[in-house]
Design a protein around this ligand. Structure first.
Ligand SMILES: Nc1ncnc2c1ncn2[C@@H]1O[C@H](COP(=O)(O)OP(=O)(O)OP(=O)(O)O)[C@@H](O)[C@H]1O
Ligand SMILES: [Mg+2]
Length: 381
């Protein structure tokens, strides 16, 4: 009846840029692929052809070749699933091709965001039960899972994802919905801003070279302690060379720190959103008074953007300044788990789903048949 409990559950953390999947109880996901799907033509020996989907790296490569991002579909945009057909194609590929597992045999644990519309959970539930025939599932909030992975049940989680930046307050394992803040400045926007800065410096990159700009951002950027003071530094100290795929070498200077400065000053792109330090401070100010001491205990940095060198020092400095200006800011330290930022959420889910007590928490197919997709709100909270 509940055979699935004898097998490790599948854990899926499907973001705007990357889909991570693997088995509960393992330290690392077995696959991390670009969350991209593209339609492609398949040529047959008899001269005919048909359309099929390519997924992950193959879809990304197709986008690079055609130079038209529109031909490649991403299931999520700004951290929210918007293309459910693309998500089904992506997960089908992940289950059958990457993990080589039949989802009808395994329970599946999916991560989501507290900022998602509640209907997203219901749709995930329908997709997994109806299209993939899973025997049981669970949906958990990414920030809470990340805290679990770092051994905590309370704290503020700053998530620097591809689709945006989010701060969530988690108190004793519960996501506090009201204080959470999200802005649409994420890794995607940093890459776009980098392309603008490079272009202003005379290095133009077309849409087909988006992946190159993204790589430049990931390899060369850092967060300055003070961007204005950094600009005044001797130019030669900032310069580094970057070799393009065609062998040409370009020199990077100020754009190395002005690009991530966007996280602190969204006004650089004309946006009125708060920067990430103000988001942390605002989130804390909006949290119920009694929860604040447990929240200031830890500010956990997760997501790909958390890998940026210099980020923690800058955050600490800005939070200190906000504290002296009388704002409510964490007096504690900003804690970052080294080099696993993009895996932290997945790891948290992997730990939780492998524990003995959790086996009673699954939403089973039988319950879904009885209660419908709304059951997900009763079981997964
Ligand atoms: N070293 C780095 N420096 C700066 N940015 C980085 C670095 N490494 C990865 N990134 C960026 O992090 C982003 C991917 O992060 P992550 O995997 O957390 O996003 P996601 O979970 O797919 O998205 P989301 O949670 O917003 O839906 C990409 O934009 C990537 O370019
Ligand atoms: Mg994410």
């Amino acid at each position: 009846m509940e055979e699935f409990k004898n097998r490790a559950a599948v854990i899926v953390d499907s973001g705007s840029a990357c889909c991570r999947a693997g088995l509960a109880g393992e330290e690392n996901p077995r696959c991390c692929i670009p969350a991209l799907v593209a339609a492609a033509r398949r040529q047959h020996e008899n001269g005919g052809n048909d359309q099929h989907f390519v997924v992950g790296q193959a879809a990304a490569a197709q986008g690079h070749r055609l130079g038209r991002a529109g031909t490649v579909r991403s299931p999520s945009w700004r951290g929210v699933t918007t293309d459910w057909q693309a998500l089904e194609v992506l997960w089908h590929h992940v289950f059958y091709k990457q993990l080589k597992m039949a989802p009808e045999d395994q329970a599946v644990f999916v991560t989501d965001s507290p900022f998602d519309p509640t209907t997203c959970r219901e749709k995930v539930c329908e997709l997994l039960f109806e299209q993939f025939g899973v025997p049981a599932l669970f949906v958990g909030h990414a920030p809470t899972l990340a805290l679990y992975a770092s051994g905590c049940i309370s704290g503020l989680v700053l998530e620097l994802g591809h689709g945006g930046s989010r701060v969530t307050a988690v108190h004793e394992g519960w996501t506090l919905a009201r204080p959470g803040i999200r802005v649409d400045t994420g890794g995607y926007d940093l890459t776009a801003y980098m392309a603008t800065l490079l272009s202003a410096a005379g290095n133009h990159f077309g849409a087909h070279l988006w992946h190159v700009v993204r790589n430049i951002k990931e390899q060369c950027c850092y967060v300055a302690l003070d961007a204005k003071a950094e600009t005044a530094r001797r130019k030669a100290d900032l310069l580094i060379e970057y070799k393009l795929p065609d062998g040409k070498v370009i020199t990077l200077g100020n754009e190395r720190f002005w690009c991530p400065e966007l996280l602190f000053q969204p006004s650089l792109r004309g946006l009125s959103d708060p920067g990430i330090s103000a988001m942390i401070s605002d989130c804390l100010a909006r949290a119920p008074q009694g929860t604040r001491p447990s929240l200031t205990n830890k500010v956990l940095l997760i997501g790909g953007g958390a890998s940026l060198p210099g980020l923690i020092a800058r955050l600490q400095s800005e939070l200190k300044n906000l504290a002296s200006a009388g704002q409510l800011v964490p007096p504690g330290t900003v804690v970052c788990i080294p080099s696993t930022q993009m895996l932290t959420v997945w790891r948290g889910a992997s730990i939780v789903a492998a524990t003995e007590p959790f086996q009673e928490c699954w939403l089973t197919h039988d319950t879904y048949k009885e209660m419908g997709s709304f059951a997900v709100h009763h079981y997964c909270y």
